[in-house]
Design a protein around this ligand. Structure first.
Ligand code: GCW
Length: 649
C-alpha cells in the first residue's frame, strides 16, 4: 500500500550546490545518519553529486562532517553549521542520527544551508510509542486503517516499516511496543518460535534507528505456549519458563528492550488470580529480562470494570492509586509503572494522575493517547500537544526541588495513532500529534506555537496562507473540542463502546463506573473528602485546592464536585450558562476551522485537501450533534433558559 513521507518529504532548497561532501569515519558510511543525509541531499540539492570525503572543495561545495565524540552522551548531539561547512558531533550513531535530523529540519525550514549552532540531549530518557496492533491486523482504537506491522498474521519488515523507523527516529522516539496491551489470539504466540525470525529482523531495523523493540507478552504464556497448568509468578516452573524464554529471545532479537504488561485489568490475566501482587508479577518478569539489560513496564490501569451503577461508593478514579500505592518501593529497579495521564481514561479533561505525586520510590512512566479514542477519532482535528505540555509542566505540589511531572517520571509513552492509511494517521492533521509528541519529549522547551508552525511548514511548504491557517486550526483545536463536547471535566458523555459522538447517559447505568449523575438539581461527582475521597490522593496543597469547591479550577469543577446548575464559576458565569456558551462557541470554532481549510484549495496537494474536506464535514456534523444534544440534555434537566435566547431543541 502506498504511503506518504509526511514531514520527511524533503523539498528542493533554494540553494544550489554542485557537490555535497559527507566526511566521516569509514565505519559511519553504513550508518542510518549517513544514509539519511544522502536521501535528503538527493531531493534538497538534486543537482549536486554527493561524495564521501572528497578532496575537491570549492565555493560551490557543501561539506558535512560527522564525528562521534565519546564525551557526549549517547543521544546527545552538537551542531555547528555555516552555509558551507557543517559539523555534527554526537555520542553515538543514534545521537548522530538525531543531529542529522535536526540539521535537515533546520535547513528544510530555512530553505537553504544556513549558519546555526545547536546542542541538545533529550529531555526525557524513555520516549515510547505503544501500538495497539493485533496479530490479525486489526488495531484496537485504531482510526488509520489496519496494522502495517502485522499483515496476514505475519510480522512484516518492508519499505513501510523502514519509513516508519525513519519517521520515528526523526522525532526522537527510542522505544516501540509493536502489539496491543490486550494480548489476543495469535499475539499470544509472540514469544514462541513462530515469530522469532520476523522479530529478529524488525529488531535489527529498529536498532539501526536507535529504537528499542518492546513486546506485550501474554502473562499467561506459561499456560498458553508451554502448557503448564499455572502462570503463578511464584511457581518455580513458571519462573523457569520465563527465564529460559527470555534467554532465547534476548539472544536472538537485537535491541529487544523488554515487555509492556497490562495485568489484572479489563479481563487480562495477571498475578492476582494466584493471590499474588502486581509487584510479584512485575518482579518475576523483571528478573527474567535483567541479565540482558531488559526492563518491564507494568501498567497501572487497574480498576473494577464490573461495577454496579447503583453503588455510589466505588469511584473508578480512585482505583489506580488504591491498587498501587501500597506497593511503592517494592518493585525491582528495572520495573517501570506506567500510569495514564489522568486517573480515568484519556478524557479530554482530567486532573493529572495522582500516582505521579505519590509513588515516590518507584520508576514511573506517563502514558498519553495519540490515538484519538475520546477526542474525535482522527475525524475531528484535536491537536493534543498543548494538553501534553500542560500535564508535563503540572506541579504535583510535593516537597521536591522540582515537583513537575516531567521531572518525576523516568519516561513517556503514548498510544500510537498510526495505521496503514496513506498518510499514516487517517488524517494528515492527526500526524501533527505524532510529530509534536516526539519533538516535545526530546525538547521540552519548544513551544506549541513553534511546533505547530514547524510541522505545518515541513508538511505543506512555505505558503503563508497555509501556514497561518493550519497553525491556527491546530492551536485552537483542543479547546474547541473540549468546548463542544463534555463540560467542566465531567467526561464520558460519549457513546458506549465506540466512544464517538454524544450520549450523555450512555455510561450512566453501565458497569464501567464513571458517571455524571446529572439530574434536575445538580450535576457532577463529589470526589472531595466528603465524597469519594479521591481528592485526598493528592499532596495536601493540591488536595486542598481540588477538594474545595471555592478553589477548584473551573475546568475540573464537575470532576471534583457536584453542584447546582446555578453555581457560579470563577469566570463569573453560572454552570448552565457556561455549558450553553461553550457549546455554541465550540461549534462556531469548528465551522471556522472548516472555512479556513476550504480556503486552502489549490495551495496544498489535492489528496490532502480532499481528505481534510471530508473530515471537516464529519467534524461539523458531529460537533453540531454534540452541541445540540448536550445543550438540550441540560436544558431539559435544569429547565433554565439560555440568557442569550439561542435555539436549544
Ligand atoms: O481506554 C480503554 C480502551 C481500551 C484499552 C484500554 C487500555 C487496550 O477503551 O480499548 O484497551 O483503555 O488502555 O488498556
Amino acid at each position: 500500500m502506498e504511503f506518504s513521507k509526511l514531514w520527511l518529504d524533503y523539498r528542493k532548497l533554494a540553494d544550489n550546490r554542485s557537490r555535497v561532501i559527507i566526511s566521516c569515519d569509514k565505519t559511519l558510511k553504513d550508518s542510518a545518519a549517513f544514509e539519511e543525509l544522502k536521501i535528503a541531499m538527493a531531493s534538497m540539492v538534486p543537482d549536486a553529486i554527493v561524495l564521501w570525503k572528497s578532496e575537491v572543495f570549492d565555493d560551490d561545495s557543501c561539506l558535512i562532517v560527522l564525528t562521534i565524540r565519546p564525551e557526549l552522551s549517547e543521544e546527545e548531539y552538537d551542531i555547528a553549521a555555516s552555509a558551507n561547512i557543517t559539523e555534527i558531533c554526537a555520542g553515538s550513531e543514534t545521537g548522530l542520527l538525531y543531529g542529522v535530523f535536526a540539521f535537515l529540519r533546520k535547513i528544510a525550514l530555512a530553505g537553504r544551508f544556513i549558519s546555526f549552532t545547536a546542542h541538545k540531549k533529550p529531555s526525557q530518557p524513555i520516549r515510547m510509542l505503544n501500538h495497539w496492533d493485533e496479530a490479525d491486523g486489526d488495531i484496537e482504537r485504531g482510526y488509520s486503517g489496519k496494522s502495517f506491522f502485522f499483515v496476514n498474521e505475519e510480522l512484516e519488515v518492508n519499505e513501510r516499516t523502514v519509513m516508519y523507523a525513519r519517521l520515528m527516529a526523526s522525532i526522537g522516539i527510542n522505544g516501540v511496543v509493536i502489539n496491543n496491551v490486550n494480548v489476543r489470539r495469535k499475539a499470544k504466540l509472540l514469544l514462541s518460535i513462530e515469530f522469532a525470525e520476523s522479530l529478529t529482523n524488525l529488531g535489527e531495523l529498529f536498532a539501526r534507528y536507535g529504537i528499542k523493540l518492546f513486546i506485550c507478552p501474554d502473562f499467561a504464556a506459561p499456560k498458553t505456549i508451554c502448557g503448564l497448568d499455572t502462570a503463578d509468578p511464584l511457581d518455580e516452573n513458571v519462573i523457569e519458563w520465563w527465564n529460559t524464554t527470555c534467554a532465547l529471545i534476548f539472544s536472538k532479537i537485537k535491541n529487544l528492550g523488554g515487555f509492556l504488561v497490562k495485568a489484572d485489568s479489563e479481563g487480562e490475566p495477571g498475578p492476582m488470580a494466584y493471590g499474588r501482587t502486581h509487584a510479584d508479577g512485575a518482579n518475576m518478569l523483571a528478573r527474567a529480562v535483567k541479565p540482558y539489560g531488559g526492563i518491564v513496564i507494568w501498567r497501572c490501569f487497574v480498576y473494577n470494570c464490573t461495577q454496579d451503577w447503583r453503588d455510589k461508593k466505588t469511584d473508578r478514579a480512585c482505583a489506580s492509586y488504591d491498587n498501587f500505592i501500597g506497593l511503592d518501593g517494592q518493585f525491582d529497579d528495572n520495573v517501570y509503572l506506567q500510569a495514564k495521564n489522568g486517573p480515568v481514561d484519556f478524557q479530554i479533561r482530567e486532573p493529572v494522575h495522582p500516582l505521579f505525586g505519590a509513588m515516590k520510590n518507584t520508576n514511573l512512566i506517563i502514558e498519553f493517547q495519540l490515538a484519538q479514542e475520546y477526542t474525535g477519532q482522527q475525524k475531528h482535528v484535536c491537536w493534543l500537544i498543548p494538553m501534553f505540555k500542560e500535564i508535563m509542566e503540572h506541579h504535583t505540589r510535593h516537597d521536591l526541588p522540582d515537583d513537575r511531572v516531567s521531572r518525576i517520571v523516568c519516561g513517556v509513552a503514548a498510544v500510537a495513532n498510526t495505521g496503514d492509511s496513506y498518510c499514516w494517521t487517517g488524517s494528515e492533521l492527526a500526524a501533527a500529534n505524532l510529530y509534536g509528541y516526539g519533538r516535545l519529549l526530546f525538547d521540552e522547551d519548544v513551544s506549541c506555537t513553534e511546533l505547530a508552525e514547524e510541522w505545518t511548514r515541513l508538511m505543506f511548504g512555505d505558503d503563508e496562507k497555509v501556514t497561518s491557517a493550519v497553525k491556527e486550526i491546530l492551536l485552537d483545536s483542543k479547546q474547541a473540542y473540549e468546548d463542544y463536547t463534555v463540560p467542566l471535566g465531567i467526561g464520558w458523555m460519549c457513546h458506549p463502546n465506540d466512544h464517538y459522538g454524544p450520549s450523555p447517559w450512555g455510561y450512566e447505568f453501565d458497569r464501567w463506573g464513571t458517571y455524571n449523575r446529572a439530574d434536575r438539581d445538580a450535576v457532577g461527582v463529589d470526589r472531595s473528602a466528603s465524597g469519594s475521597g479521591y481528592s485526598e490522593q493528592y499532596a495536601p496543597a493540591l488536595a486542598d485546592v481540588y477538594g474545595d469547591i471555592t478553589k477548584c479550577p473551573d475546568e475540573l469543577l464537575l470532576f471534583f464536585h457536584r453542584v447546582p446548575y446555578t453555581h457560579r464559576l470563577h469566570s463569573g458565569k453560572t454552570v448552565i450558562q457556561h455549558i450553553y456558551d461553550t457549546h455554541f462557541e465550540g461549534y462556531a470554532k469548528a465551522e471556522h476551522f472548516a472555512e479556513l481549510w476550504h480556503g486552502l484549495e489549490g495551495k496544498i496537494d489535492d489528496r490532502t485537501f480532499k481528505n481534510g474536506c471530508e473530515r471537516f464535514a464529519e467534524q461539523l456534523r458531529c460537533a453540531k450533534e454534540w452541541r445540540d444534544i448536550i445543550n438540550c440534555f441540560f436544558h431539559r434537566l435544569s429547565g433554565i433558559d439560555d440568557e442569550n435566547g439561542r435555539e436549544i431543541y
